[in-house]
Every structure is written in structure tokens, then in C-alpha cells.
Design a protein around this ligand. Sequence first.
Ligand code: GDP
Ligand code: MG
Length: 318
Amino acid sequence: AVASEISVALAGNPNAGKTTVFNAITGSHQHVGNYPGVTVEKKEGRRAVGETSVHVVDLPGTYSLTAYSLEEVVARNFVIDERPDVVIDVVDASNLERNLYLTTQFIELGVPVVVALNMMDVAESMGRSIDIELLSELLGVPVIATVASKSEGVEDLLRVAITVARERRLPARDVSYGRELESHIREITEIVDAAGGLPGVPSRWVALKLLEDDEEVRSDVERDIPGGQDLLERVRRVRAHLETVIGDDAELALADRRYGFINGACAEAVTSTTPTAVDWTERIDQIVTSRVLGIPIFLVLMWAMFELVFRLGAPPMG
Ligand code: GDP
Ligand code: MG
């Protein structure tokens, strides 16, 4: 008999290894359908762990959780509306900085998250060494190293995900945006809070999305909050003020600070050991793209290609 059920959502950038983790967890117990109302594929699976039945959903691959693409809206609304007990964020360790952007989005959304630091074999072959414990501490969420294609670390990942789900453990840190932005974020958070907020999401997240002028959140505020129009008008004024102060688009400024947070964490937790293979391609790049030699090398190569084509081509043409 099944004593309890835990729902897990698998998220991650395209090609980070989500489906591989999904298969490693669920084996052949899978079901493929669509998300309601859209033609985005929804894969679900099950896995029994002792008395617990773990239900896993493979979310669409996304780089962020904005309202700009259907995949991102589907992934975001699933997490907000279906409230999975834990999100496993599959991160490509060989492309850490870019992949962690999505992680910051889950941290802000305030849902229980475990990072699967996947492709550790690739990261190692690139000479990257990652201090997992430190990275976990800096991000404020558990991080488990995996090589999903060899099923390495997947059982650990599942065990930690179940623990986080049972404890409903939330991220231990906020992404910090610096003094100027923070004061405006706080101002809007208070306005949202005073209006009662939106169901199921932190007011700070609503504030951040409104600063980004997120279309979906804007219409949610209009629909669900009494006096929402008034709130949006106040937010618009705060945003306009912020943009004059920082001299930049608010959405870009926020993204910039998120990358600052990520780069800071990576600078501390990641060390490059053997810069071998990368060195070679860099050296070649330096020569063929050099200001002085670049064009002559290009011309010589083009000439060599013409020569080759005409010499090799002459006999058959004859
Ligand atoms: P998704 O787009 O996130 O679902 O990514 P997939 O699960 O389809 O994986 C993309 C590719 O990466 C596939 O060819 C996998 O076999 C491969 N892959 C997944 N995990 C690992 C890993 O840990 N190491 C290596 N070297 N390859 C992996
Ligand atoms: Mg996939």
C-alpha cells in the first residue's frame, strides 16, 4: 500500500539532461500527453520509493520563467498552480552561469528547489572543478552532482528531493539586487502586500515581475486584486522613477543583477584546473581573427579553396 505521495517537477534549460534524469528516475513507468489547452508535450512518470509514490512531471525546457514564450508560461504556471512538492532544477555544469539563471527564477518564486548539477563528466573534462557544498550554500538550495547519462547521483538526487519535499524546505537566500534596486523592490512589495497579494506566490516575486512589466502578472493583478488598476499605476510610476535613476530599462537592470549574483557564486565555487583543450582553440582563434593576419589568412584560404576546386574539378569537367 502507498502511504504517501510526493510530486516532483523537473525543470531546466533545453539539453541540460532533464529527460535523461526523468528516465533514470521513472524507468518505463511513463505517460505522454499535453498540457491543458496547449500543444506543449507533458511527460509524466512514477517511481515507488519505499512507502512513498513519487510522481514526476518533465516540464518544458526553458532558460527563464518570463511571459515571453509559451514554454516558459507553461512551466511557470505549472509550478504556481499545481504546487509540486519539490522542483528539481537540472543544471548543465559545463555551462553553469547561463543555466543558473533559471535557478534564480525558482529561488525568487519561493518554491522548494533541489539543483541537479548534471553533466559533471563534461565539466570535469573541461578542467572545471566545482565546490558543490559551497555552491549549495551560496545559492541557498541543495545541490547534487549527477551524470544522468550514467545514472550517477540520481538516487542521491531523488533521496534529497524527497527530504526537501517532506520538509517543504524553501530556498535559504534571496537574490540581492543592490541598494538602489532593493529600495524600489521593497516599495512595490509593500504596495502589493497592502493590496492582499496574489494567491500562492510571494509578494516580492510579484513586485519583481511588475518591475519587469510582466504581462501575465499584470493581468493577474488586474483580475484578482481589488483596485489592481490603481496598484499598476503606482508601480508604473515607481518603475519610471527607477529607470531615470539607473538610466536603464528596469528589466535589463534586474537581469544584470541576477547575473551578478550568479557570477559571484561561480567565482567562489568554480575553479579551472587544466585549461588544455580550450587553450588550443583559443590560440587558433587569436591568430585567425587577429587584426593584422586575419584578412590575409582568409584570402589565402579562399585562394587555396579555389585552386583545389579547379584542379580537382578539371579532369571530370574535361
Ligand atoms: P533535455 O533537453 O534537458 O531533456 O536533455 P536530454 O535529457 O535530452 O539530454 C540531452 C543530451 O545530453 C542527451 O544526448 C543525453 O544523453 C546527454 N546527457 C544527459 N545527461 C548527461 C550527462 O550527465 N553527461 C553527459 N556527457 N551527457 C549527458
Ligand atoms: Mg527533454
